[in-house]
Design a protein around this ligand. Structure first.
Ligand SMILES: C[S@@+](CC[C@H](N)C(=O)[O-])C[C@H]1O[C@@H](n2cnc3c(N)ncnc32)[C@H](O)[C@@H]1O
Length: 243
């Protein structure tokens, strides 16, 4: 209720009327406009809003109504000029294109479609880690062969639940089968899998089953003990890892 929006044309009208009849009646008109906006019922319809403002302005005085006509003519004229300019520009563009040789037209089209920029972007992608992983090492998001070991058809959703008797050792425990699928999609045998928040060790168990080297951290000694147990690790085996 404290904001009143004007178009440029409304402001221009107020300024030109103030030149014709003086500043103080126009300040009065502005106050009337604020009041008419305040009295409006809240609505999402902008036409109610503009009708209220226009009505208040037109009823205010003959000077305003006359100047309104002048402004209206000016906006009709400026619209006609803008249309004319745009059509002239497009006609010139059409003539320029029609005068091109076949070779020039193809070069202009390649430039307009920004083909070179797009090629550069795609070339840059081929050197980032994900694409390199997919193309060079056959692992990553598009490793269809690995994916099809877990799902019947290529998709981007894995359906992996807990095996019987597996769940219940950690409040946010993940199914080993899910971790296996993700590890197979993203690594190869012999590579290292690190889980810095390993909880009950599901990721590490999956890595072990897949012949990956694994390393985990767990702050809670009770969960760390569960992870060690699931991995069949005794103290000596742990020590050998860090020896
Ligand atoms: C979401 S759980 C992991 C669950 C695990 N994926 C599983 O299947 O059991 C995250 C674990 O990170 C551990 N954690 C939190 N902060 C840690 C820290 N600073 N260092 C090591 N472990 C931390 C928590 O104790 C918790 O067990």
């Amino acid at each position: 209720m404290n904001v009143c929006t004007f178009t440029y044309a409304h402001l221009a009208l107020l300024v030109s009327v103030s030149g014709a009849i003086g500043r103080s009646p126009v300040v009065g008109l502005l106050c009337d406009i604020f009041k008419s906006v305040t009295a409006l019922n809240p609505s999402k319809s902008s036409s109610d809003y503009w009708q209220a403002i226009n009505g208040t302005m037109l009823r205010f005085s003959k000077a305003v109504a006359d100047q309104w006509q002048v402004e209206k003519m000016a906006s009709v004229e400026s619209l006609a000029i803008a249309k004319e300019n745009a059509l002239t520009y497009l006609a010139n563009e059409r003539a320029r294109i029609m005068a091109m040789s076949h070779e020039q037209a193809l070069t202009a089209l390649v430039r307009a479609l920004k083909i070179q920029d797009r090629i550069k972007k795609i070339e840059a992608i081929s050197t980032n880690g994900i694409m390199e992983n997919v193309l060079t090492h056959s692992v990553g998001a598009f490793n269809e062969e690995a994916f099809l070991k877990y799902e019947k058809s290529p998709d981007n959703v894995l359906h992996c639940g807990f095996a019987a008797g597996e769940a219940g050792v950690h409040p946010t425990q993940k199914p080993v089968r899910l971790m296996q699928a993700l590890i197979e999609l993203t690594t190869q045998e012999g590579q290292v899998v690190l889980d810095p928040f390993c909880g009950s060790g599901s990721t590490l168990v999956a890595a072990k089953l897949l012949g990956r080297t694994y390393l985990g951290f767990e702050i809670n000694p009770a969960f760390a003990a569960i992870a060690e147990d699931r991995l069949g690790l005794g103290e000596n085996q742990q020590a050998s890892l860090f020896a």
